[in-house]
Ligand binder design. Structure first.
Ligand code: PAF
Length: 287
């Protein structure tokens, strides 16, 4: 496995004709990321055999962090990340410095549509999806992958990226990897490392709250008797009484993340974001 830090070095080592399967990350990798890397490896091998190449990027992207968020403290664990990537089928790691990826202020940006990017995560993290879309578009231009793999844990992010690829006619197939969970059900996230032991024990309540909402939705929609807003509010109140500060817990259409207000036969998803102490966790479950 090769590790490069500049665009020039990356371009030198990218095999020209190789099919490229790409996993963009911000590092501090856990098994969820490694699952995505393994999917990339399988796709590269399946589609191109010896001619397949897997690429991972590690870059903590300042553009997608708000002024009071954890950009400065976000864990940077490059050496360990590279060892994990090597053991999980990665051929090439691109780990640029900020200066290498943004040699001058990035004034050209990708602005996803408000109806997708200003709701849910975008409402609580203004500018987040502009930052994500801009860096992912830039990384796509640099790596020129055929396939890119993103986790369903960041459900809205995956949707924004799919729409960007479709609207910009980028010749890249986007694959969504399932969320990896601990045995008690907590979705793996680099930010879980911020939790104290006590908070870690409590953290699973977010996925339990989503499971509860999903079960109520399934039952209520089947019998046409569901007050979605009331159920969402009750689930958020339940978390509040346990000491959480929920941003949203909500039932949406998988197709476009629009709210569900009445009987609905479409595939749905429950999504949630909530703060436990200083840590903000997100999760989702397809219904
Ligand atoms: O999901 C992430 O880790 C980041 O948002 C991404 C896609 C690597 C862009 O910085």
């Amino acid at each position: 496995m090769q590790i490069v830090h500049t665009l020039a070095d990356l371009r030198r080592v990218l095999k020209p004709a190789a099919l490229r399967a790409f996993v963009p990350t911000m590092g501090n990798l856990h098994q969820g990321h490694l699952d995505l890397m393994q999917i990339a490896r399988q796709e590269a091998d399946k589609r191109a055999g010896q001619g397949g190449m897997t690429v991972a990027s590690i870059f903590v992207n300042r553009l997608q962090f708000g002024p009071h968020e954890d950009f400065d403290t976000y864990p940077r664990t490059l050496e360990n990340d590279c060892a994990l990537l090597k053991a999980n089928g990665c051929d090439l790691v691109f780990a640029p410095s900020e200066k290498a990826l943004y040699p001058e202020p990035q004034v050209f940006k990708v602005h996803p549509p408000a109806e997708l990017a200003d709701i849910l995560e975008g409402a609580f993290r203004p500018g987040f999806f502009v930052g994500v879309s801009t860096v992912v578009h830039k990384l796509f231009n640099i790596v020129q992958p055929d396939v890119a793999v993103f986790g369903k844990k960041d459900y809205q992010q995956l949707m924004v990226i799919r729409r960007m690829v479709q609207q910009m006619a980028l010749p890249i197939e986007i694959i969504g990897g399932e969320t990896r969970r601990t045995e008690d059900g907590l979705a793996l996230s680099s930010r879980n490392g911020y939790l104290s032991a006590e908070e870690r024990a409590e953290a699973v309540q977010l996925s339990m709250a989503l499971k509860g909402l999903a079960a109520t939705a399934r039952a209520g929609l089947a019998s046409d008797a569901l007050d979605v807003a009331a159920v969402e509010a009750a689930v958020m109140d339940g978390l509040r009484t346990r000491g959480w500060v929920p941003d949203y817990i909500t039932l949406r259409r998988q197709h476009d993340l629009s709210p569900v207000t009445g009987p609905c036969a479409e595939p749905l998803v429950v999504l949630g974001a909530a703060r436990l102490g200083k840590t903000r966790l997100i999760d989702n479950l397809e219904v």
